[in-house]
Design a protein. Structure first.
Length: 332
């Protein structure tokens, strides 16, 4: 399947390898112009920029494909552009809708032709663009009247998981007008975190250190490693591609993703999955055991192939204990 191009800072919008060249060029043109645009801007509405730059490129691309492909792109079959659908349902709903259609496309049959791979990469790139538009903040903005918060602060995921930060979650409620005056007053009295969710907030309401924060802080490096592996693998499902440096570990992520429908755009789900892996102590050694077990090796044979901390073969009992401790969702 298509491979995602890794870009940390610039460009901000990820364009997948094998994305249609014309659509890819339109996304880059879009990014060059999108700085002042946002969902909340009246002068620079971001959907208008999608209409001007992205819609023509997508329409031209769809004309090069068989009619059967139009059923997997909202509005394509009746000549309605991406921007028009977004105006009807919203950016986040558009992401969910397109992601579901893409999953259906992938499941219908073996999608290994160059045209199919390009179609998948193009849709993944567009999904990423729409999601980035939904998350993008205006260059200059102010909070709603009565909300004593800085709207320029970071909106996004908790540093340790896929939940929104306290600040992002609160501002989402403000935007949806789900906050009453009493709640506004309460939130003016303490600092909302723009790095952590409520579960992983450094200190509890009573002022004591949060054990969940300390645990997540200690395992942050491993969390980022697992997240990178998951993201790499779901971006290229056709072969082991977790890029762990170990064949068995890569094979574990390959087999795990075969039964999951996650895509790189499922950022929250991937982050939460990585957090559960770390919290449940799913070590690389356990991943190797699971792959060997799946391949038909018994526990004694597995122990002979995997060394313990003293660089000695593991006993059958040690292998049995390790396998028994693995959560059901991570079994192969």
């Amino acid at each position: 399947m298509a491979k995602m191009v890794d870009m940390k800072n610039k460009p901000n919008i990820v364009v997948w390898e094998n994305c249609d060249p014309a659509v890819s060029a339109a996304i880059r043109q879009f990014e060059e112009r999108w700085q002042p645009y946002s969902v909340s801007s009246r002068r620079y509405p971001i959907v208008r920029l999608i209409e001007e730059v992205i819609d023509p490129a997508v329409a031209a691309y769809m004309k090069t494909l068989p009619v059967s492909y139009t059923g997997y792109v909202p509005g394509a079959g009746i000549g309605v552009g991406l921007s028009a659908i977004i105006r009807l349902v919203g950016l986040e709903a558009m992401v969910r809708m397109q992601r579901q259609l893409l999953r259906q496309f992938i499941k219908t049959e073996d999608r290994q032709t160059a045209r199919d791979q390009s179609f998948i990469a193009t849709l993944e790139s567009l999904i990423g663009l729409v999601w980035d538009c939904a998350c993008k903040r205006p260059k200059k903005s102010a909070s709603k009247k009565g909300v004593n918060l800085n709207d320029q602060r970071k909106h996004g995921f908790c540093e340790f998981c896929g939940n929104p930060t306290e600040f992002a979650a609160f501002m989402a409620k403000v935007a949806e007008e789900q906050i009453n005056d009493a709640e506004l007053e309460d939130h003016k009295k303490f600092e909302l975190s723009h790095q952590y969710c409520t579960e992983h907030r450094p200190k509890l309401v009573n002022g004591e250190w949060n054990p969940a924060y300390r645990q997540a802080k200690r395992s942050l490096a491993q969390f980022n490693i697992e997240l990178a592996r998951l993201t790499h693998q779901c971006a290229n499902r056709s072969k082991p591609h977790a890029m762990s440096g170990d064949e068995l570990i890569d094979n574990y992520f390959f087999q795990l993703m075969l039964r999951l429908t996650l895509q790189p755009a499922d950022k929250a789900e991937l982050r939460n999955l990585a957090r559960r892996m770390v919290d449940s102590k799913l070590s690389d050694t356990k991943k190797k055991m699971l792959v060997l077990q799946k391949s038909g090796f018994n526990q004694t044979e597995i122990g002979l192939q995997i060394l313990n901390s003293k660089q000695q073969p593991m006993t059958r009992q040690a292998v049995s204990k390790a396998l028994a401790s693995i959560r059901k969702e991570f079994l192969l």
